[in-house]
Design a protein. Structure first.
Length: 75
């Protein structure tokens, strides 16, 4: 699991998949993803295992409620 941009870079350099539980907006998530795949595609990526696992997942929060304003209030 990766908690910041630096650990996502470490995962990419080692050819590992990255799972992040972060509070990111879509633009920042894209930036993290672009950095990850940029390293995966480069010679900087030296897999620890027999193959590269080129997958990244960023899990974010959301709020669901039947009342829209209550969902927004809860964040």
């Amino acid at each position: 699991a990766c908690t910041n941009r630096d650990t996502i870079k470490v995962a990419a350099r080692n050819g590992l998949g990255a799972l992040s539980f972060s509070f990111l907006d879509p633009e920042e998530a894209k930036t993290w993803s672009d950095i990850y795949y940029g390293i995966i595609k480069s010679e900087e990526c030296v897999p620890l295992g027999h193959f590269v696992n080129p997958n990244i997942a960023i899990v974010s929060n959301f709020s669901l409620h039947k009342d829209r304003s209550e969902a927004i209030r809860r964040g």
